[in-house]
Design a protein around this ligand. Structure first.
Ligand code: NAP
Ligand code: G4F
Length: 334
């Protein structure tokens, strides 16, 4: 579930490279929304025949139940969500339906299948459940939840359902509590990607202003490619466990701006405008994870540094900006 998203791309690539047969659930939409999947098939054509898509929607219980019972997977990764925190304030009910009720649909389908054969379920839980209030940093598995958005509230519900199915139905269901992880395939309206797209477009003369909300917020940013390995390791562990996945280092949006604009030899203060539209009714101020359990139990450590993450995102987006500029120049010539 969630195969067309950022993490869906990286996890599918990892599983295919490990020899898995991968089945993804995709939503029907009026335009095909499979850009990342198409990219994956082009990058590893030798594995593409083990990748299959099926229509389904997390909010449609029958579609999830039918797919799970038909396909009989050994492992289910529920990455599907309305994943934008700011948007969840505009669509609280929908966010609850997808992120909480949808997760329950997955667990219920897994419970049915588990009567026939053993199945393991990974639930994409999040640092947003902690709420990032001052005095709660760093956050670990023992930190109390205090969600500050409809997104966070729905994810807390899904977290508890996942624990409950493990305890009451003997299902192997586990939560990865992942802190922010980014990549060149990050959605364009998350802050890191918004910044790398803007910095590179400004460097190419395609943009002059970047409008942002709260640049003082702090996050623990890692690389999505490293984090999907942790998802897989969580399901390979002997027992189902809820585990924080993070780097343990916290930086502000301004630190990210310094790194990205600095690499383009630009000063972000010359381009950034603060726009109240991008502020949230309640902000999550500080997220910084304690990944001790992940290291001790799974042997997992992040491999990609913050500097390397910013570099690969900029390299990708600079190429996009150059292509956009070239197309613009060709259009004016013709
Ligand atoms: P993403 O890029 O927004 O991908 C979300 C995926 O969920 C997409 O494939 C989307 O399909 C699918 N989806 C949304 N609503 C659906 C529905 N009703 N039925 C079926 N599929 C649906 O998110 P991501 O960054 O890869 O994150 C993956 C998961 O990890 C999410 O659950 C997110 O909440 C959680 N998480 C992310 C982070 C992070 O920093 N990235 C950190 C902690 C937890 P469409 O392509 O059709 O929209
Ligand atoms: O990039 P963001 O939108 O990510 P956020 O809210 O931390 O959520 C992401 O990480 C969570 C894990 O902690 C996931 F569960 C969730 O699915 C998602 O992947 O915002 C990061 C920070 C916020 O404090 C926000 O207020 O950046 C601040 N920000 C400032 N200006 C902005 C902007 N965020 C966005 N999206 N756009 C802005 O213009």
């Amino acid at each position: 579930m969630g195969i067309t998203g950022q993490d869906g791309y990286y996890l599918s690539r990892l599983l295919l490279q490990k020899g898995y047969e991968v089945h993804g659930i995709v939503r029907r939409s009026s335009v095909m929304n499979r850009v990342r999947i198409d990219q994956l098939k082009q990058e590893i054509p030798e594995h593409a025949n083990r990748l299959t898509m099926h229509y389904g929607d997390l909010t449609d219980n029958a579609s999830i139940l039918n797919r799970v019972l038909e396909l009989e997977p050994d492992e289910i990764y529920n990455l599907a969500a309305q994943s934008h925190v700011r948007v969840s304030f505009d669509m609280p009910m929908y966010t609850q339906q997808v992120n909480a009720d949808g997760a329950l649909n997955v667990l219920e389908a897994a419970r049915m299948l588990n009567r026939r054969k053993t199945v393991k379920v990974y639930q994409a839980s999040t640092s947003e459940m902690f709420g990032g209030l001052p005095g709660t940093v760093p956050q670990s598995e023992a930190t109390l939840f205090h969600p500050r958005s409809p997104y966070g509230c729905a994810k807390v519900a899904a977290f508890h359902h996942t624990v409950h199915y493990r305890e009451s139905h003997d299902l192997f269901s586990a939560n990865g509590i992942l802190f922010n992880h980014e990549s060149p395939l990050r959605g364009e309206n998350f802050v890191t990607r918004k910044i790398t797209l803007a910095a590179t477009r400004i460097a190419e003369g395609l943009q002059s202003v970047l409008k942002l909300g709260n640049t003082k917020a702090q996050r623990d940013w890692g690389y999505a490619g490293d984090y999907v390995e942790a998802m897989w390791l969580i399901l390979q562990h002997d027992t189902p466990e809820d585990i924080v996945i993070a780097t343990g280092v916290m930086r502000s949006i301004e630190d990210f701006l310094d790194a990205a604009f600095g690499a383009m030899e630009l000063n972000w203060q010359d381009y950034v405008q603060i726009d109240p539209d991008y502020f949230r009714p309640t902000e999550v101020h500080q997220l910084c994870g304690d990944p001790t359990k992940a290291r001790d139990l799974l042997g997992w450590r992040p491999k990609t540094s913050f500097e390397e993450l910013v570099r690969i995102m900029l390299e990708h987006d600079r190429e996009l900006a150059r292509r956009e500029k070239w197309i613009g120049e060709m259009a004016t010539k013709s």
